[in-house]
Design a protein around this ligand. Sequence first.
Ligand SMILES: Nc1ncnc2c1ncn2[C@@H]1O[C@H](COP(=O)(O)OP(=O)(O)OP(=O)(O)O)[C@@H](O)[C@H]1O
Ligand SMILES: [Mg+2]
Length: 452
Amino acid sequence: MILVTFSFGVLADELWEVTVTTVALKDVTKVFPDGTVAVDAINLDVNDGEFMVLLGPSGCGKSTVLRMVAGLEEPSSGAVLLGGELVNDLPPRDRKIAMVFQDFALYPHMSVGDNIAFPLRLAGVDPAPRDEQVAGVASALGIGDVLARKPSQLSGGQRQRVAMGRAIIRRPGLFLMDEPLSNLDSGLRAELRAEISGLTRELGVTTIYVTHDQAEALTMADRVAIMRRGVLQDVGTPTQVYGRPATLYVAAFLGSPRMNLLEASVYVHLDRYVALHLGDQALYLPWNDIRTRAVAHYHGERIVVGMRAEALTPVSPDAPGDVLRGRIRYLEHHGHESLAFLDIGATAVVVDEMGGPADSGSAEQRGRRRLGQVVQRLTGRVGEPPAEPTPHDRRTSVLSDPGRHHRRAAELTVRLAPYPAVAAGHPLAISVRMDALHFFDERGDRIDVGWR
Ligand SMILES: Nc1ncnc2c1ncn2[C@@H]1O[C@H](COP(=O)(O)OP(=O)(O)OP(=O)(O)O)[C@@H](O)[C@H]1O
Ligand SMILES: [Mg+2]
């Protein structure tokens, strides 16, 4: 019965006051009995009323974090604080938390109204105020007209709303949602994600929302926390993590099309410029720009240069300035835009791992391995056939996402007009906005330059 109640998203048996909760995780680690380090020394603060999204690939530890906040899993070490109070030993039912899961279940034999009212009935609320609350919540969720139906008579989106209604009806202090939209089609997802973030903000309920969908994270979150293999990579507003990703992994994970990541050799020409050699071509950072000094430290070494599609503009072949030239390998038409995949004779950097097998070993060993594995190179020179990913690569590459934009052999993804006047095989010159470049060292850590 307790498990059934959990899947209903109700973790307490008395009616809660409306409270606002903060969440703090201090060095929280979870090692499962089989040695799996699911969560590795995470520090995270969620503010009053904040909508925090936990983002990361499958297996990175998102649900484990959520379950520790809910009290369904005990941390191996570290502290979980709710509203500033240590709750490591507090049972789930005393935490004033509501949870919605991906595989939520409704009582099939009960009407929609009774499903939503269920937590209130458990709490002994009288029928009149109960009905009033149910009507209020149902109308907020746009399901006021289906209260008399059974769950089997609802669409997937309506069912999801019922589950949400049942979770929020008790005004939890904290709302935990674990991929609640992942069973729905993309149109409905987009609709419901706007509703969910709108509703939780309206209620002022602190929310932690888990997803592996970066677009969902960027559109819904006040702040996003990006995890990889149990390790927190970056935390910030969508603008911060997108515009200034802390690691190569975050850079590769956020955005569509994915950020172009190229290997560059750095050569400092004193008092003139810092040259970034990308295969046979080069880009030049002006020497008199103080911001380029951080890059100059890597003289004679290789770094990773990241360019999002929005930093790249097609120009005429003889255009001066910061221009890269290449040949279109192929085009993809997406209706509102086209994407050109351009050979520029540079080396693409492939970020390792997108939900690979769980790591084993100590946190320290894993940390060392993590650093060693961040950067994996692929050579794909012009004229050579695209490198075929090995089965291992396919499993571990961050670019192995089956999503529409994945083309690892192409070295530069460029946005073009919906039906451009160019075709595969044509040469293309691309102007590069130098102040929109991202730089990462070989370990995948951001090289911070002054811009942005
Ligand atoms: N009870 C358990 N015993 C051992 N290992 C576990 C247990 N539960 C989870 N794990 C492992 O811990 C890691 C993190 O799991 P978790 O469920 O938190 O990932 P997740 O980020 O939620 O993934 P998904 O997006 O697929 O739901 C995984 O490697 C998983 O196999
Ligand atoms: Mg999960």
